[in-house]
Design a protein around this ligand. Structure first.
Ligand code: LLP
Length: 445
């Protein structure tokens, strides 16, 4: 008796893993390993949805930044993703930390991060944020509005001084989506050079003996894949530093040009190269300062996404597959509560079937979440094997930044756990949110 097997479709062994962590390998049985850990085994052990973070990839990225910017401070923007292990990795690798709330600050210091290497941001810092920053001795506080100047000065004890910077809007448009463009005046962050509010704030800070103005800051946007807007921003910032020297006789010793460095979410997409950025920014800074006869300030960069984004992989289990109006919807056990980015910014991801060899040719499907709205789409019109079915595992690369840090309690499904993978072993960093966790806050009747 002869048995015919269906013709094998391309197996994940040929899958394009170019936007996965460098340690990712496709196995012949359809599984994928990251840092030597089988994703299928991790899904069985920790359940789904599951977020994996490749510790080696994060550390390598931190090292690449430090190598690219040897004379600068590299500060990890914690808003991309924060937990105590990541705080530890950033500290080990010699990075600073950018926080934007008393919560992020408290988590960082509770994990032992040196407060002097922390930068506090925020367009509207609460009294608690400012108080915690002063009490814990945060290294630099970036002032973002006029009222904040007096408010902070009032919290600094007499005889003490705190280092501050001014967040400047240089008037440069850049960024992957309108919602994450912050370099021009039509949004809530910073103080504009164009309308003079940055210059005004600088004068007010200089009149406060408890505040020490150490430099300027700008963050022009996020998911930027070209070095050009950074070079233009540096030019404007050097222009403002020159004005400060001319008007106040002060040569500012620091310049922080923020983060925003773009990554590839799908194979073939562009990413910003930190080494190229470093060379171009340094050249512009040195030329600009030489021309203005200013000393070259110490540079700070604040990457978030570029350090953790490519190190993360989300793993979901398929719950149901539905054909309707000529479309195939593949619904998984997570969605917009763990990754709101497609809904917010229209971002496209590249999910991959893992854990078995497909037996059908690729078909175009839309991967959706389990939440109660039609906009809960994780990946629209992507190619997945035509035999994708309930129980299958789908993995989404480039999931390490702005997923879990923006996760919500929508529909009370509970936020997924985070597992670090390294040298063939997996360890839980953040456990799954349980119904008990959620109901504990619900204290009234
Ligand atoms: N510095 C400051 C002052 C920032 O506001 C940010 C990000 C960063 C640094 C780091 O930017 P990154 O290197 O990670 O692009 N939720 C959006 C991104 C919002 C970014 C907010 N600020 C997303 O999912 O794309």
């Amino acid at each position: 008796m002869s048995v015919t097997f269906p013709a094998a479709a391309p197996a994940p062994a040929s899958a394009d893993l170019s936007v996965w962590p460098a340690s990712a390998r496709a196995a012949s049985d359809g599984d994928v390993t990251v840092a030597g850990v089988s994703l299928a085994a991790a899904a069985d052990r920790f359940g789904t949805p599951l977020y994996l973070l490749d510790e080696g990839e994060v550390r390598d990225r931190c090292r690449a930044y430090r190598a690219a910017f040897p004379d600068a401070d590299v500060v990890y923007a914690a808003k991309a993703f924060l937990c105590r292990a990541v705080v530890r990795w950033a500290e080990d690798e010699g990075l600073g930390l950018d926080v934007c709330s008393a919560g992020e600050l408290g988590l960082a210091t509770s994990a032992g991060f040196p407060p002097g290497r922390i930068v506090l941001h925020g367009n509207a810092k609460s009294p608690e944020d400012l108080y915690a920053a002063v009490r814990l001795g945060v290294g630099r506080i970036v002032l973002d509005s006029a009222p904040e100047i007096a408010r902070l000065a009032a919290l600094v004890p007499e005889g003490d001084r705190r280092q501050v910077m001014v967040r400047v809007v240089p008037g440069i448009a850049a960024g992957g989506h309108a919602k994450i463009r912050t370099g021009t005046g039509d949004q809530k962050f910073g103080l504009s050079v164009t309308d003079g509010s940055a210059q005004h704030a600088i004068a007010r800070i200089l009149a406060r003996p408890r505040l020490e103005l150490v430099g300027l800051h700008c963050h022009i946007g996020s998911q930027i894949t070209s070095v050009k807007p950074y070079v233009a921003a540096v030019r404007r910032m050097v222009g403002l530093m020159t004005q400060v020297r001319d008007h106040h006789g002060l040569e500012l010793p620091q310049l922080n040009i923020g983060g925003g460095h773009g990554i590839a979410y799908r194979p073939g997409e562009a990413a910003l190269d930190p080494a190229a950025l470093a060379v171009r920014v340094r050249a512009e800074l040195e030329d600009g300062c030489a021309h203005a006869k200013l000393p070259v300030p110490r540079l700070t960069v604040e990457p978030g996404r570029a350090l953790v984004g490519p190190a993360g992989v989300a793993v979901y289990r398929v719950l149901t597959v539905k054909e309707t109006s000529g479309r195939t919807f593949v619904a998984v056990d997570g969605g917009m509560s763990d990754n709101p980015r497609p809904a917010l910014y229209g971002v496209r991801y590249a999910p991959l079937l893992i854990g078995r060899r497909p037996t059908a040719a690729p078909a175009v499907v839309t991967v959706v979440g389990r939440h109660c709205e039609a906009g809960d789409v994780l990946a629209e019109d992507v190619a997945l094997p035509g035999d994708v079915r309930p129980g299958d595992l789908l993995a989404v690369p480039a999931a390490g930044a702005y997923h879990l840090s923006m996760a919500s309690g929508y529909n009370l499904v509970g936020r997924p756990p985070v597992v670090a993978v390294r040298d063939g072993s997996a360890r839980l960093l953040v456990r799954r949110e349980s119904l008990d966790d959620m109901s504990r806050r619900d204290v009234g009747l």
